[in-house]
Design a protein around this ligand. Structure first.
Ligand code: PLP
Length: 422
């Protein structure tokens, strides 16, 4: 069956034919590719066509698809059984590896996704402070937790409306939304509103394009949170173990009160985590009164995949190497944008940070959602069509970033050049 036939079939049994909306290619002229297998930087669809993959499962696969060492650990682990619902040593090994390396994380609780980690972090934040409201920044994504699916409302600084149906006005009202890169608005929000339990931010916003913030701005956010008795949550589900082992907390030297992880921490298996100082973490059940649980949490197979991945990325020079490849990759695309079809894509820029990149038809700095060109889908459609035909797979949504991995080596970049100019 080809991709289009499969998509028609799947749509009958699954809403929109997908189990996560961004996979649907919604708003684009192309249909999804059905991936049959993936190795290194290459994914192969059901029709046998190969693509150089820059989506990388939306971030977890920092070592590339099917990394042999991770695969071996997964197989060993499966041979021992794949869920115990009881205490085991595998999650200790992973938690110990992380807490030994990160001085701002004394304790960790494992969950099954980034969304779950955020959900728990918000509850923990409220449980610790005894307050209700959470400040969120416009353009940061924190998973599909009800209170995080909101957009800026009209009127007062901080007011919010649900961005999804099915969310009660009361729930939306517990979140205050403000713009990134605007410290005055944050100050005003703290001055106007009481009862603020926490501030949640993607310290490297990477879910609405890539919008790196100034270090001073992030420091101010941390300072204001502290002064106002609100806990600072760094949502490092993308940036954790990606921009450096210790994520943005390590890069910026800012110590968040609570950090959430996901994606890379499970090495491609479903894992999320909440980390914090001991005095905060011990508010969680069974010691504290903040309830949190999970039938499949700390799944032993996922723990082993995560640990092996983290051991490899903790190696000397790992991040420097990825950053170098990201710059080379950018150079290839930028040159091609200039040359292809007499400069059809010459307005495109590639914004990079560490091993992340974002292709955007604008050369201006972008630090707020309002600075992103509004016609992204229209602009992305022709680009994506050409790239897919040439066997290059970007994340299928113009607001999603690209992910480099260890597998995007010089050989792959050479292949990229060949495919682009062919
Ligand atoms: C991906 C992501 C989430 C949600 O994680 P899931 O595993 O998809 O639930 C939350 N926050 C950030 C910053 C993310 O990038």
């Amino acid at each position: 069956m080809n991709n289009n036939e499969l998509f028609e079939k799947v749509k009958q049994v699954t809403p929109g034919g997908v189990h996560s909306p961004v996979r649907s290619f919604k708003g684009l002229d192309e249909n999804p590719r059905f991936i049959k297998e993936a190795h290194g930087a290459i994914i192969t669809d059901e029709e046998g066509k190969e693509y150089i993959d820059y989506c990388m499962s939306f971030g977890p696969l920092i070592l590339g698809h099917s990394h042999p060492q991770v695969r071996e650990k997964i197989i060993e682990s499966v041979n021992r059984g794949w869920s115990f619902g009881a205490c085991e040593k595998y999650s200790y090994d992973l938690a110990k590896f992380i807490t030994d390396k990160l001085d701002f994380v004394d304790q960790i609780r494992f969950v099954n996704s980034g969304t779950e980690a955020v959900m728990t972090a918000l509850r923990l934040c409220r449980g610790v402070t005894g307050k209700s409201k959470i400040i969120k920044f416009n353009g940061c994504y924190h998973g599909h937790v009800d209170s995080m699916l909101i957009k800026a409302g009209s009127g007062l600084a901080g007011t919010a409306e649900a961005s999804s149906s099915g969310i009660t006005p009361n729930c939306a009202a517990d979140t205050l939304i403000i713009e990134l890169n605007d410290i005055e608005e944050l100050k005003k929000c703290f001055a106007d509103q009481k009862d603020i339990a926490g501030v949640i931010i993607e310290p490297l916003p990477a879910n609405n394009g890539l919008m790196p913030q100034e270090l001073n701005y992030l420091k101010e956010v941390a300072k204001l949170s502290k002064e106002n008795g609100a806990l600072l949550i760094f949502d490092e589900v993308i940036s954790g173990f990606r921009v450096s082992f210790g994520g943005m907390a390590e890069v910026t030297g800012i110590t968040p009160d609570i950090v959430t992880y996901g994606k890379i921490i499970g090495g491609g298996m479903p894992v999320g985590a909440i980390g914090a100082r001991k005095d905060i973490m011990e508010h969680l059940a069974p010691i504290g009164n903040v309830y949190q649980a999970g039938t499949l949490s700390a799944n032993p197979v996922a723990m082993c995949a995560g640990l092996e991945t983290l051991k490899i990325i903790a190696g000397e020079g790992f991040y420097e190497c990825l950053e170098v490849q990201n710059k080379k990759n950018r150079d290839v695309f930028m040159k091609w944008f200039q040359e292809y079809n007499e400069g059809e894509f010459r307005d495109y820029n590639i914004i990079t940070d560490s091993s992340l990149f974002w292709a955007v038809p604008s050369k201006d700095p972008i630090k707020q959602i309002g600075e992103i060109p509004t016609n992204l889908f229209e602009r992305f459609n022709p680009l994506q069509k050409v790239l897919l035909a040439k066997g290059v797979y970007l994340s299928p949504n113009p607001y999603e970033v690209g992910f480099m991995s260890l597998a995007h080596d010089d050989k792959i970049l050479g292949r990229l050049e060949e495919q682009l100019w062919n």
